[in-house]
Design a protein around this ligand. Structure first.
Ligand code: ADP
Length: 191
């Protein structure tokens, strides 16, 4: 199995690249952001709980996020592998993911970081917000808070997998095709 973590700040293009990677490698795409938005759109208790954190640009607590992720992974046991997008976002989530995969005699094959600088990200997210209507994409303070949270809580996840020799970084600015090319080059070297 090929189990990938697509890593990078909000607005770095993880969702866009995940769509193409899914087609090429036949993996299941799991985006915790998408899962939360699905729950929110259905007004489930989980969605209502997540909403209060997402609206402020804060992380949803680990226990909630990990539980939701596990349910999704367990619901699709017979896949070629997973692309985790927007997860893990904390060290606690990374450890939980490793344990979950270990129970299935699986492990992470590699983490791929999309590198994009802060100003580019803010501009991209604002543009996306104008089209998507996502509340957390339409307020510069919330966007900056998400970037801050990424820097303090999420970047340590890169180092966590780097210590295991699993972290890789690619340039996240360029055409969608160029970035896809850089990603697939790294991924093919993992196969
Ligand atoms: P982006 O990467 O553009 O911020 P996402 O869709 O990945 O968008 O996430 C949107 C929001 O969902 C985050 O700001 C956070 O509140 C919540 N969220 C998503 N994934 C996680 C996670 N793994 N842990 C905690 N909160 C999460």
């Amino acid at each position: 199995m090929l189990n990938l973590i697509l890593f990078g700040p909000p607005g770095s293009g993880k969702g866009t690249q995940a769509e193409s990677l899914v087609k090429k490698y036949g993996l299941l795409h799991i985006s915790t952001g998408d899962l939360f938005r699905y729950e929110m759109s259905n007004d489930t208790p989980l969605g209502l709980e997540a909403k209060s954190f997402m609206a402020k640009g804060e992380l949803v607590p680990d226990s909630i996020t990990i539980g939701m992720l596990k349910n999704k992974v367990d619901a699709f046991p017979d896949v070629n592998g997973y692309i985790f997008d927007g997860f893990p976002r904390t060290i606690v989530q990374a450890e939980a993911l490793d344990n979950l995969l270990a129970e299935k005699d699986q492990s992470i094959s590699g983490l791929l970081e999309l590198k994009v600088d802060e100003e580019e990200i803010v501009q991209r997210i604002k543009k996306r917000g104008a089209v998507s209507g996502r509340a957390d994409d339409n307020d510069e303070n919330i966007i900056r808070n998400r970037i801050q949270v990424y820097q303090s809580e999420t970047t340590p996840v890169y180092d966590y997998y780097d210590k295991k020799g699993l972290s890789h970084s690619v340039e996240g600015v360029g055409s969608i095709e160029e970035i896809f090319g850089s990603l697939t080059q790294k991924i093919d070297s993992l196969l």
